[in-house]
Design a protein around this ligand. Structure first.
Ligand SMILES: [Zn+2]
Length: 310
């Protein structure tokens, strides 16, 4: 099918049929009805019910054949979910909604695979897209999606078709953890790398503790601890053993205990994917009294690069 404009083009017909969200069936019903599930997800992509170009946000869009749309301004041809996190993976709309519900309940990937009849790769890629969607809505997302974390190596344009970058002493980032009242914060510390943490340990007596590939420190400036996820390239042998506990071990910080318990449950966590899990746990903790599903639905439907070429 040619991508050039044809006489078949017409101003976009309403893809959304105008049903209000309040009138939508409940979650269980949505998960059984592909058309209703698609309409619900589209309503999150275009809250005003009007399709917009994911590349330039122009509102005049033409419908083409085969579910495609074309922007009248920049001529970009796209599909309704192009440029959004849910455009990763080959899931139907009902499968996405069921997966989001299972993810919200921290369902193991093996159970997700069995429940939704998905392969490991499909389930893994889809849950990765959800985690990217969460991270992209953190206040420091621009920094986290940039080269400091090397998460940029996973993204090719707006698609998660890349792979992990090699990470060593001089590239593994370090995160500062802070708990204030009921809120937890996990900050990427610019310019701070694994080698910096080892340097502070060896030369400035900053206590650090290792648990597998997790390394965390005593209190540092305003942070309760500094945390990183290393790999086999790191010189763990140089860590001095101490009988004294570090600050977070003594303070009984609820978030630290929650974070460490959950990180230890993860098998084979890598330096490259570590920020995705950190931001997921920060999100879960800070929204622990809320229904996560509406938030996750919205995050998955958001543009990967809002305001930037898709
Ligand atoms: Zn456009």
């Amino acid at each position: 099918m040619s991508d050039t404009a044809t006489a078949q083009e017409k101003p976009s017909s309403p893809i959304l049929q105008g049903r209000s969200l309040q009138a939508l069936p409940d979650r269980a019903a949505l998960e059984q009805d592909e058309s209703a599930a698609r309409e619900y997800l589209l309503s999150l992509c275009w809250p005003d019910k009007m399709p917009r170009c994911p590349r330039c946000a122009h509102a005049k869009v033409y419908s083409l054949s085969n579910d495609r749309l074309r922007c009248a301004a920049c001529k970009y041809t796209f599909r309704p979910f192009t440029g959004r996190w849910l455009d990763n993976g080959a899931l139907s709309c009902t499968q996405w909604l069921a997966l989001l519900r299972l993810f919200a309940h921290k369902t193991a990937i093996s159970e997700i695979m069995e429940t939704l009849s998905l392969s490991y790769n499909t389930a893994f890629k889809a849950t990765t897209a959800i985690r990217f969607g969460i991270l992209a809505h953190a206040t420091d997302s621009a920094q986290l999606l940039g080269p400091d974390t090397r998460l940029d190596s996973f993204l090719k344009g707006a698609r998660l078709t890349g792979g992990p970058a090699c990470m060593t002493m001089d590239s593994i980032p370090v995160y500062g953890i802070m708990e204030t009242g009921q809120w937890a914060f996990i900050d990427l510390i610019p310019g701070f790398r694994a080698e910096t943490l080892f340097h502070f340990h060896l030369n400035f007596h900053l206590k650090i503790v290792r648990s597998g590939h997790l390394v965390y420190s005593d209190k540092y400036k305003n942070y309760d601890t500094l945390l990183m996820c290393g790999n086999d390239s790191l010189p763990y042998d140089c860590i001095r053993r101490s009988k004294d506990k570090v600050h977070v071990e003594e303070s009984g910080s609820p978030f630290w205990n929650y974070l460490l318990d959950n990180l230890k449950l993860l098998r084979g966590i890598s330096s490259q994917r570590f920020p995705l899990y950190l931001k997921e746990l920060e999100f879960r903790y800070n929204n622990r009294d809320k229904d996560l599903l509406p938030l996750l639905d919205g995050y998955l439907c958001a543009l990967v690069r809002p305001g930037i070429s898709a």
